[in-house]
Design a protein around this ligand. Structure first.
Ligand SMILES: Cc1cc2nc3c(=O)[nH]c(=O)nc-3n(C[C@H](O)[C@H](O)[C@H](O)COP(=O)(O)O)c2cc1C
Length: 366
């Protein structure tokens, strides 16, 4: 038995319970990417609601091609660092810890204030359509295939942003390597059609991920928590699979550990989904079998299964998405044995902004 309400030492971070707020994009920063008071209230709400660890929404890492959405926050200049400082202080004052998710959109690019040209491993557009709740675009733009110079700039962006996150007082950082964004695109045989040392074999497709982890570790030093979120699926292709199956995913987890990552954060439609082309394990199961790396798990974790998942994975943090949107005080409600609501996606319409959510809450207040 491993009580979900018990505190846990997660690498360098003392987390007051096992619950993490999953990273969720809300496109509510200032147009120049500066985090604002609305965002500070928003993140503080989850800390007050009992989430031991807050993981921020995907945050862009350079003034080039990393931004993917209008009103997405960045962490690349003093104003943005200051905006995040306030959020970090508010979350800490409420008793929780906070890490920032660093994200390069790659081909999943809907709006960017620095460039009109998406960059990705190859000239391949995502499947499906752009996400309506993040912007009005109806078609994906064709990205340009990144040159060595573009790749180097992306690595430097991640490293600078991680150093900025440390300066802002964050407890750590999470690299977004999941859901079809740039680093996930390099791992994918759908997006990555390159024939240089960044494409082809899994070892080559892993090269950029490994370079990013190493560069970040070098930028932040040893005693700062660094992790990476990983998935097989993407936002518009949730059933996508790695051709190398379970063995390939183990190779990825070992490679990021050896490059200096302290944790991996697996995300899938369900935390226990068995969806490898070969083998009978979940992403979480494979990651848990790798020695020497911490674990955050995500995928349909709720009030009914959280204790079972915690027992199954006694050292892992549990990241909660939809149930947290529906109940910003999910953890407190669970503690108090109060009713927990299901998500109503109307709260994220027509756009997934915090102000739309607040308007929806006001309208739906009993
Ligand atoms: C509105 C919204 C925004 C999201 N934004 C991000 C994001 O910025 N980064 C990320 O890694 N995942 C993002 N996700 C995915 C969630 O972190 C999570 O993986 C997903 O909701 C599944 O977890 P759940 O079953 O607990 O909801 C987002 C999900 C939603 C609903």
């Amino acid at each position: 038995m491993s009580d979900v309400m018990q505190s846990i030492k997660f690498n360098t971070i003392e987390v007051p319970n096992r619950f993490a707020l999953a990273p969720m994009t809300r496109t509510s920063a200032e147009p120049d990417g500066t985090p604002n008071a609305l965002m500070a209230d928003h993140y503080e709400r989850y800390a007050r609601g009992g989430f031991g660890l807050v993981i921020t929404e995907g945050t862009y890492t350079d003034g080039k091609a990393s931004q993917g959405y209008a009103n997405q926050p960045g962490i690349i200049n003093e104003a943005q660092i200051d905006g995040w400082k306030t959020i970090v202080e508010r979350v800490h004052a409420a008793g929780s810890k906070i890490i920032v998710q660093l994200m390069h959109a790659g081909a999943q690019f809907q709006a960017n204030r620095f460039t009109d040209q998406p960059q990705a491993p190859s000239e391949v557009t995502p499947k499906g359509a752009p996400l309506g709740f993040y912007g009005d675009q109806t078609e994906w733009q064709t990205p340009s295939a990144m040159t060595r110079t573009d790749i180097q700039a992306a690595v430097e962006g991640f490293a600078h942003s991680a150093a900025n996150a440390k300066a802002a007082g964050f407890d750590g950082i999470e690299i977004h390597g999941a859901n079809g964004y740039l680093l996930n695109q390099f791992l994918s045989t759908y997006f990555n059609q390159r024939d240089d040392e960044y494409g082809g074999s899994l070892e080559n497709r892993l090269r950029l991920v490994v370079e990013v982890v190493r560069a970040i570790r070098e930028a932040v030093g040893e005693d700062f928590t660094v992790g990476i979120r990983l998935s097989q699926g993407t936002v518009t292709d949730p059933d996508h699979q790695l051709p190398e199956g379970e063995a390939g995913f183990r190779q990825i987890v070992e490679a990021v550990r050896d490059a200096g990552a302290d944790f991996v954060h697996t995300t899938d439609g369900d935390v226990n989904r068995k969806h490898f082309v070969e083998g009978d394990e979940s992403l979480a199961g494979v990651a848990a079998s790798v020695e020497g790396i911490g674990l955050i798990l995500n995928g349909n974790i709720d009030e009914t299964n959280c204790q079972d998942v915690a027992n199954q994975f006694p050292d892992a943090l549990l990241a909660v998405g939809k149930k947290a949107l529906a109940n910003p005080d999910f953890v407190q409600r669970l503690k108090d044995g109060k009713e927990i609501a299901d998500i109503d996606f109307a709260m994220l319409q027509p756009k997934a902004t915090i102000s739309n959510e607040l308007a929806w809450r006001e309208q739906n207040a009993a």
